[in-house]
Design a protein around this ligand. Structure first.
Ligand code: ADP
Ligand code: ADP
Ligand code: ZN
Length: 753
């Protein structure tokens, strides 16, 4: 490689993070390089733990000593040399948090431009652009402070319209018949106490329930008195909702809680903006209405604006909105709260944010950006990756999807296997070369699984009736039991809504195997999570005739600083967690006296460093071996028993959950894109496990885009036809051999190819 112009490459020499075996690489700058290989082979160790980590460290060196004191001390990644790095931006699948004030519009910087548009050409003109921001005191709805939701009284619980006041129509506490408050209403003499509330005129009802506080003279036991009267609901609101109910006694809180609901703010109807800003319109739409239209349609509405003053703003808005459509997010709305986006959607929103930015010569690092994308839309992602490269950036992608791998300028295949059997580069070069190589990736790129013809017969069915949520409109569908059902459809078609919300609501007993993190504390690791640790401690205790608690992470035997991990993870809210060696007890995890106890020659620390595979050779206790085998079955052979769960990827979390639930029978399993993080060669393994679950009498329901998994289903439910309000219907139900003939099904079309 010495004849290359070294400046044109990111050069890595002898990288040794995690399982890497002195990996040396030249990654072309301003090109797209895709890293592939089985899970656990070492892709992340190169891309994240070496390249991104060094870039972060260099970035930190630029800060003053003062600032650096507040930042983690990034250790230099374990490598002889890492040269020519540019600033790295990591675009991962971590969900976009941000609370209710963070929306698609704010996170993509589209909302400020929309506000500018309204301030320039909105009619009537209401002034400045901040009038249109719900994060600004001037623009926000004063009733709900820009949150869009407000606490209110549940009218159906507060009053019984079918009764008269004498019959107890008022059901709020303190208003029972003959109570003090009730008698105060009698004294006013304004109301007919024998008439049912449903027969009251609107005016009477308004007065009874919503009258503002005012002083009236009443005749009280022959004496004239001045008293304050106030509508029943109005009074309750002032007393328990406008004032913080938490300041009242616990008994009162309990008594009023059933009558309080959280609902859409009545003043702004949930759009969060002040009345003044909502009065301003463009082509008949106010800013809230524009924010609630799907992005794909919003573009058209924006382009209809025919006003020279607005032209530059219209252009810039359309460009950004088009980026969202281009990446397959045209079904989202600008007012969508970012914490409700899925991992894949979040990553794609982040891509759009960067496309609009003006940074050049940045190294962009992506972690499986195809997650959540239907094969139909993968080309959209490819275009965006190429656009980033064309702007003069270096694009590095960890990816398993053959359709993404196809567009790489350069491919690095890591392997040959996982963990200690991986950590080397098995292929480097062009796509064509990969197809001809005999690495696991090359071999699997050349073939795909066959359509399943011998589909199982269902044992029964679970019915969903008239599901109406998000974009679903009266969807009724049967999910067969005792078989493997795959739910598919383009992103935004309604798969998660149907399964994760509607179905799971009706079947809370289903076992959900998702990708959310499982690390409850830094002490959790595969051994503790699967229950192996309990057995290991017993084995150590009986071999050494000591108390088993000695070998526990929360005992006095373990290093308190690192909880027996040997390293300390520092979490910073805006940065990734950083791993630092623990220097108490020389990083030995446990105290000397504990390390002295051995089991077949190994200390507890050495056992925790074993991979699942090594541990299977080491242990012969049945309980331990069974649990290890379950992990090995889900493709986690390469994990070490003591690796903190917080360092596992979403896909690995999902598989470890699967491993610990494998033994159940007669259950419903729900999985959301279980192929995440899995190499093509691992997918066969996953299918075996799913089939084993079904054969043991379970019902398995999977949301998936992976064509190999869809081909192997017993039953397919395809949603669509498109995303958002053009989706939400069942376009196909049936067997794999039938979907390829379906005219409407986009999934069917891709299976035919
Ligand atoms: P890939 O990205 O190809 O799935 P990784 O680079 O994540 O693979 O992992 C390679 C090996 O390094 C695996 O055996 C994995 O368990 C191990 N490993 C990864 N991260 C850590 C960590 N933080 N601590 C210890 N071992 C790790
Ligand atoms: P899929 O799982 O097929 O990608 P989803 O069920 O996530 O589709 O989304 C279906 C539709 O419902 C989309 O238009 C999406 O924007 C909308 N949607 C999903 N979740 C929410 C939510 N929490 N709030 C509002 N709309 C949502
Ligand atoms: Zn409001």
């Amino acid at each position: 490689m010495t004849d290359h112009n070294a400046q044109e490459y990111i050069v890595i020499k002898a990288a040794r993070e995690n399982n890497l075996k002195n990996v040396s690489l030249w990654i072309p700058k301003r090109k797209t390089t895709i890293f592939t290989g089985v899970s656990g082979s070492g892709k992340s160790s190169i891309v994240f733990d070496t390249i991104a980590a060094e870039s972060m460290r260099l970035l930190n060196e630029n800060f003053s000593m003062f600032v650096r004191n507040f930042l983690p001390r990034y250790p230099r990644p374990d490598a002889d040399e890492i040269e020519n790095l540019s600033m790295a931006v990591i675009v991962d699948q971590k969900r976009l948090g941000g609370g209710s004030h963070s929306t698609m519009g704010t996170i993509t910087d589209i909302s400020p431009i929309l506000r500018l548009l309204f301030s320039r050409v909105g009619q009537p003109s209401v002034g400045g652009a901040h009038m249109f921001s719900f994060n600004d005191p001037q623009g926000m709805c004063s009733e709900c402070n820009g949150i869009g939701r407000r606490l209110g009284v549940d009218l159906s619980k507060a009053v019984d319209m079918s009764k008269s006041l004498n019959e107890g129509a008022l059901m709020l506490p303190e208003y029972s018949v003959n109570s003090w408050e009730w008698n105060m209403i009698v004294q006013r003499g304004d109301f007919d106490f024998n008439k049912k509330l449903s027969e009251y005129s609107d005016e009477e009802l308004d007065q009874l329930l919503y009258d503002k506080a005012r002083k009236v003279k009443v005749d009280f036991a022959g004496k004239e008195m001045n008293i304050t009267v106030e509508g029943v609901i109005e009074k309750f609101t002032n007393k328990y909702i406008k004032q913080d109910v938490k300041t009242k006694s616990e008994r009162t809180q309990k008594a009023v809680a059933p009558f309080i609901t959280e609902g859409t703010c009545p003043s702004c109807r949930g759009v969060r903006l002040s009345q003044a800003s909502l009065s301003s319109r463009i082509n008949g739409l106010n800013i809230a209405e524009m924010s609630s239209v799907e992005v794909g349609q919003l573009i058209r509405a924006i382009q209809e604006i025919d006003n020279p003053i607005a032209a530059p703003i219209v252009k810039s808005l359309s460009e950004r909105l088009q980026h969202l459509v281009d990446i397959g997010l045209g079904y989202l709305t600008l007012d969508r709260e970012t914490d409700t986006l899925s991992g894949g959607e979040s990553q794609r929103v982040k891509i759009v944010k960067h496309l609009s930015g003006s940074l050049v010569d940045v190294t962009y690092i992506f972690d499986e950006p195809s997650i959540g994308l239907h094969p139909r839309d993968v080309h959209r992602l490819n275009n965006l990756l190429l656009k980033l490269r064309e702007k003069g950036n270096t694009v590095i992608v960890v990816e398993h999807d053959p359709d993404v791998i196809k567009v790489a300028d350069h491919i690095v295949d890591v392997g040959p296997y996982a963990g200690s059997r991986g950590g080397t580069i098995v292929y480097e070069g062009s796509y064509q070369g990969l197809l001809e190589s005999d690495t696991l990736t090359g071999t699997h790129m050349r073939r795909s699984l066959q359509l399943k013809h011998d589909c199982r017969q269902p044992s029964g069915k679970l019915s969903i009736k008239d599901a109406t949520l998000h974009n679903l409109r009266d969807v009724s569908v049967n999910i067969p039991t005792g078989v493997l059902t795959v739910v598919t459809g383009v992103a935004g078609s309604g798969k998660s809504t149907l399964i994760n919300e509607v179905f799971l609501n009706q079947h809370p007993d289903a076992i959900v195997i998702d990708q959310s993190g499982i690390g409850v504390s830094t002490r959790s690791n595969p051994a503790t999570y699967t229950g192996i640790m309990d057995e290991v401690r017993k084995a150590f205790a009986s071999a050494n005739k000591v108390n088993q608690s000695l070998f526990s992470f929360n005992s006095k035997g373990a290093c308190e600083n690192c909880q027996g991990l040997g390293v300390v993870y520092t979490n910073l809210s805006f940065l990734d967690s950083v791993k630092l060696p623990c220097d108490i007890y020389g990083g030995k995890r446990f105290k000397e006296e504990v390390l002295a106890y051995k089991l077949n020659g190994k200390s507890i620390a050495e056992v925790l460093e074993m991979t699942v595979e090594q541990a299977m050779d080491f242990f012969d206790q049945k309980k331990i071996v069974n649990k290890l085998r379950a992990m090995s079955d889900v493709g986690l052979n390469y994990l070490t028993l003591g690796q903190p769960l917080s360092t596992l990827s979403g896909g690995e979390c999902q598989r470890i959950k699967l491993a610990s639930e494998l033994h159940k029978k007669g259950s419903i399993y729900v999985m959301d894109e279980p192929t995440t993080g899995l190499h093509m060669s691992d997918i066969g393994h996953l299918l075996e496990i799913m089939n084993r679950l079904v054969d043991a009498g379970n019902t398995v329901i999977v949301i998936e885009h992976n064509l190999d998994v869809i081909r192997q289903a017993d039953w397919i439910i395809d949603l669509g036809p498109e995303g958002g309000n053009k989706g939400g219907q069942v376009v196909f139900e049936g067997m794999p051999s039938e979907i390829i003939d379906s005219e409407q099904s986009i999934t069917g079309r891709f299976l035919r190819k």
